[in-house]
Every structure is written in C-alpha cells, then in structure tokens.
Design a protein around this ligand. Structure first.
Ligand SMILES: [Zn+2]
Length: 688
C-alpha cells in the first residue's frame, strides 16, 4: 500500500496533516546549508509542478553502500518501459514518436502550437502515458491533429517508430479522438470495468466476466490458507478460439528485454550487499524475475520483511494493484533508499514510551492495552525511483501487500523523508498561509512550528495511535462490526491519539518539540484543514468518500459543535472570507480527549450505530457555501495541484574497471531527464 502526496497534499502545502517523516532537523539544516541555493521547484505547467529532492547523507555513505545504491538505481530505471506499456498499449509508440519529433524537428519552436505540443509531451512523460496519473482520464492535446501531422511530415521516416501513415492513423483514431480510450482505469459501478478501462493489463477483447471466470477457475472453490497473489505478474488475453490465458512477465516471457536488464543490475547489486539477509533477499527477487513463480515472490517478500538490519533497502517489482479495476495486476515500480538514522531514532523514542502514552490516555481503563508495543516504522532517504513511483511518488509505503504475509511475518512501514522535505520546501510561499490563516500570529505559528509538528503528528498516529486500545472480549474485528465505517473510525482514532498528546508537556520533556506552540500550530492546522481546505479535492456537490478525509471532517466538525457554547473554536468572517480560529487550546485538547474516549468505545464495543451517526452527521456532506468559497479561494491562488520530481543524475567514477565513487548531480531539466531516460532505458519493443 502506498500513501501519495497528490492533490490534497500538494495544495495543503506545509500544513498537510498526513505528511510523513522527514530527515532530521539537524540533517536538514546541514543539507540546506550545503545547498543553500538548492532549487526545489524546477518548473510548473498545466496542473503540474516539477520539483527536485536532495539526498542528504549520501556523501557520508561508504563506497560499498554508494555502489549498491547505484546498481539498485539502475535496476529501478531499467524497468521504466514496463509501466508505460502496462498503462496503455500504444504508450510506447506515442512516446517514441513525440521524442523523435522533439529530438529532430528543426522548424519553429517559438510558436503557440509548439508550446502546446511540449506541454502535452511533458504531461505524458509525467503520467507515464496518455492518461492523467491521478484522474486516469485521457489527456487531450491542445494543438490540432493537422499541426501534429505537419510535425510528423518534417521528420525522417527512419527516425520514427512506425510508418508515418500508420502513426497518423493511430494518433487521429485514438490520441486526438474524443470518446476513444478515455480512461485507463474506470471503477464506476454497474459497468464492465475491464472493457471500460483501456490499460494494458487485459487484452482489448477481454471482458470483466472473462477475467473473473479465469481467476475463479484458477483459485478453485476452497479459500486457500496462504494464497499466492494470483494474476500479479501477467496480462490476461484471449486467443482466436476464445481461450483465455495469461502472458506472464518474467525473463523469457512478456517484458523479457526490460526484465533481463533489471536482473543484470540486481545481480551486480548482489555482489556488494551489506549482509547475508540482504543478499538472500535479492537472490530471491532475481529468481522470481527469472521464473515468474508467484510462490517465489512470496518467499522473497518474507525475506524482504526480515531484512531490517540493512541500511539500504529497495522495493522493486510488480507491486501496487490500484491500476487494475479488479485489483490483480501489479504496476512495475521501484524505490531505492537508505535509512535516515536520526529521524528513525525519533520514531523509536515514541515507540519506547508507548506504554506511558497508553496508561495516560483519556480512554476508559477497560479499553486500554495492558501491554502495548509501538509499531515500528522507519524514515528513509530516497536515492532513486522507477516505474510507477516516478515522477509522481508516494510519501509513505507499507508492504508487502499479501495479507497472510503481513499477519504471519509482519510488514515494513516507511516514510520517504527527503521527498516530504522537498514538498515542504517547495510549498513555502504560494500564499496558502496568507489566504487561510486569520491573523499574523497564526501565520507565524504555522511558519515556525507547523512543519515539525505535522511530522510528529504522523509519527504518533502511526506508532502509538494505531497500536493503542483493546477490543472487548467477544466483540468481532472492526471490519466485521463497524463495516464500511471501520477505516475512517480507525484513522480518526489514530489521529485523536496524536492530537491529544500534541498539547502534552511530555513531548516537550522528551525533546520531541520545542514548546507547546508546536501543538497549537498543529491544532490550527487540523481545524483549518478539516473545516475547510481539504474540500479543495472535491468538486462542488460531491460527498467526502475517502477514509482520512472523512475522519478529518468528523473530528473537526464534532469538536467545533461541542465547543460552540464556550467559543473554543470561533467561526469568523473577514472581507467575505471565512476563518476558523482556535480560541482555547486546552479546552480543545479536552474535547479531542473526550472524542477519543468515545471513538475507542465504539471500536472496543463494535457499536455500528454510533459509528454511523458520527461519520454520517459530521464527516460526509460538505457545507456547500464553504465548499464553493474554498474552491474559489484556491483558484485565485493558482497553485498547481499535483507535483512530481526530477531525480538526481548519477555518475560513476572508475579506475580501470573498479568503481571508485558515485556522484549525484542536479543539472537536468525535466525535459532533459525524460529524453535521457528515453534514450538510455528503452528496452522494450513498441508492441509487447
Ligand atoms: Zn493511519
């Protein structure tokens, strides 16, 4: 599973509550001093902002670790073509065509048409295909089909991936044509989601019924105790006789040319691993890539979970299944990282005190855990990402996805510290605080304290929030008792644990925050977000569906209402703009505590009715006037809602054949990086 920093996070800038992890403040400062001129924001176009991230601590790693990171980074990029082809069957043809034009066109590059052509191409690069990375809608070009044909005419046939006439037909029949292949994933209820989704996980003539029958047959009738991840690494197709079968992704199978390169770099990495566990883990990954055997993938996942001592870690494979309407197919992705030792200590400090937090919680004694263990999590520094993880990246990852492995062997939860740090740096400015904070005191508090306070909130949410509380004996799991409300209740409960302690002197005494001003900044932020700013993610008239958004709404609205008589949170209007201002932080803390007690009771007793009333009354339907106002105020600010990254460029220094150093450079534009990747990591044919 992944957490992403999409619409909401980008817009909420430094104030986002769910921001995860960060490099330590110490290291950040060192990094900022070293790169005082570091430009986090590279450029902005359409609805996208292109950022850069630093890699603090890389210079200090020993050569062996740098070498390992380099090989894993090359492996990450080697699979790049796969995600393009997975997203849509013509994506590689489209990309090669656009890049051939950019590399070879000698005509007017100052015209509006050319600018539109470049913006289109950059959007395609960003989304690894012609469908928007977030909305999954086809991106429509803002230049004409005729203009495109004129560009094509100006390019030598040898430089193009296909015959010109064929390319013209393809572009006019699909790329430019309204109504054709409009969505890469279509999850709407009541339709054939596989036919309606034009991604390449299923052949064009495969129906949802075909796919479902195929997997039902494969799985058999009895539920398996430890099921393999059926369908994770294959495309489902139908032959001319109507027989449905899988084309598996492995060496010798579909995508072989790219997978062979991944394996090539992984094998180099295996020679320079830090320890035996890491070596065994990577060897299993290679074995899986060579065989395509999903049982081997499970073995690999178990070894990967065990590998906690290594400084360097890597995710590489067919991982997240969000891109498949049926949730079988894994998108190729890779995240190469090393552990941020300082920031991980902060999380360990909270985990060490987990029992204290439980004992001092406002929940009923009967709902407290006698023995509570903080959930272990770590903060990582990203070195390189590949496939579905870039240019748009997650900010938190929790793997493996197989439920039985999570249950029996555990999982690894990581926060991508330097990515979050880059988001924060990039979002300073932009006018968000000026727009939504009521007065200068609130703005100053946010600027000085909100960033670190949000990190602390997230750490506590993850480490002690989810770990806290006990279910009464004889009561089923929340999934069984609270049903569709279980996730939002659980997320809200974890938030409330964090909120309650953010105004506790204990955190100051532990050295985790400088003063209670941090807690106040976090409260301002939470209320502003839950009452107003998170609504920017929704279109007017839409209801709140997502679990975290719901919980932020029901917590904020509940405490607002409960505190009305005492004016704990005041609703104010200034020059026609609405503000929610916290007037009494201690009393607000007590309200958070009271709600935590109630929500824990709901979970512990499995009180479905109470969960339903809380969520439906406070967390689902936005206030229409406020919603319209928020949308308008954001529009005026003009902040691009989605962000992604240019990655550092790596260079190796060699003495004869021996690698003697790895250097990182931030000297490429987005266009240059995308063209270089297109040149250096194109391993697949245009049709797979
Ligand atoms: Zn959570």
């Amino acid at each position: 599973m992944k957490k992403s920093f999409t619409y909401f996070y980008a817009l909420l800038a430094i104030l986002s509550i769910l921001i995860l992890g960060c490099s330590t403040q110490k290291e950040d400062k060192a990094c900022c001093a070293a790169h005082s001129e570091f430009e986090y924001v590279a450029e902005s176009f359409s609805d996208l902002k292109i950022l850069r991230y630093t890699v603090p601590g890389f210079e200090q790693l020993d050569l062996g670790k740098k070498e390992l990171l380099y090989y894993l980074g090359q492996a990450a990029l080697a699979g790049r073509d796969i995600i393009w082809d997975q997203n849509y069957r013509y994506n590689l043809t489209v990309r090669h065509t656009l890049e051939a034009i950019i590399n070879n066109y000698n005509g007017d590059k100052e015209s509006d048409d050319w600018n539109h052509f470049m913006v289109y191409t950059k959007r395609i690069w960003f989304s690894s295909g012609i469908h928007h990375h977030y909305s999954k809608d086809k991106i429509m070009p803002e230049f004409s089909n005729d203009y495109f044909n004129s560009l094509l005419e100006a390019i030598d046939q040898d430089l193009l991936p296909k015959d010109k006439a064929e390319l013209k037909a393809l572009f006019s029949g699909t790329i430019f044509k309204d109504g054709v292949d409009m969505k890469s994933v279509d999850q709407r209820a009541g339709i054939d989601n596989i036919l309606a989704s034009c991604n390449n996980y299923y052949g064009p003539n495969i129906t949802q019924a075909d796919a479902e029958a195929y997997y039902k047959n494969l799985k058999g009738d009895k539920p398996s105790f430890r099921p393999i991840s059926y369908g994770l690494n294959s495309q489902v197709v139908k032959d001319e006789n109507g027989k449905v079968f899988e084309k598996k992704w492995h060496v010798g199978g579909m995508y072989s040319a790219a997978i062979e390169k991944i394996v090539f770099w992984l094998e180099k990495a295996i020679n320079v691993t830090e320890n035996t566990q890491q070596k065994v883990t990577l060897e299993k990954l290679v074995e899986y890539y060579k065989t395509g055997d999903l049982r081997t993938f499970d073995v690999y996942s178990m070894e990967w979970v065990k590998d906690t001592a290594s400084r360097i870690d890597v995710v590489n494979g067919f991982i997240e299944v969000y891109g498949d309407a049926l949730g079988y197919k894994g998108a190729y992705e890779s995240v190469v990282s090393f552990k941020d030792m300082e920031a991980s200590k902060r999380i360990a400090a909270i985990a060490d005190q987990a029992q204290w937090f439980e004992d001092n919680s406002p929940i009923m004694d009967m709902h407290k855990k006698k023995e509570v263990k903080g959930i272990s999590a770590k903060v990582i520094t990203v070195f390189m990402e590949g496939g579905d993880a870039c240019p748009s990246t997650p900010i938190g990852i929790n793997l493996p996805n197989a439920n039985w492995i999570r249950k029996e062997h555990g999982s690894k939860s990581v926060n991508l510290g330097n990515i979050v740090h880059a988001y924060e740096e990039a979002s300073k400015g932009g006018g968000f605080l000026d727009e939504f904070c009521y007065d200068k005191a609130e703005i100053d508090r946010a600027k000085n304290f909100a960033g670190p306070a949000d990190l602390l909130h997230t750490d506590m949410h993850e480490v002690i929030g989810h770990a806290s509380g006990a279910i009464e004996e004889g009561v089923g799991t929340p999934k069984e008792t609270l049903k569709q409300y279980s996730s939002t209740i659980e997320e809200g409960r974890a938030d409330l644990v964090a909120l309650y302690y953010l105004m506790d002197q204990k955190l100051v005494d532990m050295g985790l925050m400088p003063s209670l001003e941090s807690g106040k900044a976090a409260y301002d932020d939470y209320i502003r977000n839950g009452m107003m700013t998170q609504l920017v993610r929704l279109k007017l008239g839409e209801h709140i569906e997502e679990a975290h958004m719901r919980n932020r709404a029901w917590i904020s609205h509940w405490v607002f209402e409960q505190g009305k008589d005492q004016n704990i949170i005041e609703k104010l209007s200034k020059e026609g703009k609405t503000y929610f201002v916290v007037r009494d932080y201690d009393k607000l803390r007590n309200l958070f505590g009271a709600l935590l007690k109630e929500v824990q009771r709901i979970k512990s007793k499995g009180d479905y009715q109470a969960a339903k009333e809380l969520v439906e009354n406070y967390g689902v339907v936005p206030d229409q006037a406020i919603h319209a106002e928020v949308l308008e105020r954001y529009k005026q600010l003009g902040i691009a809602p989605y962000s992604g990254f240019i990655q550092p460029r790596t260079e190796v220094l060699k003495d004869q054949d021996k690698l003697i150093d790895v250097k990182l450079y931030w000297d490429e534009t987005f266009e240059e990086q995308m063209l270089r990747y297109g040149r250096d990591f194109s391993y697949l044919p245009i049709n797979n």
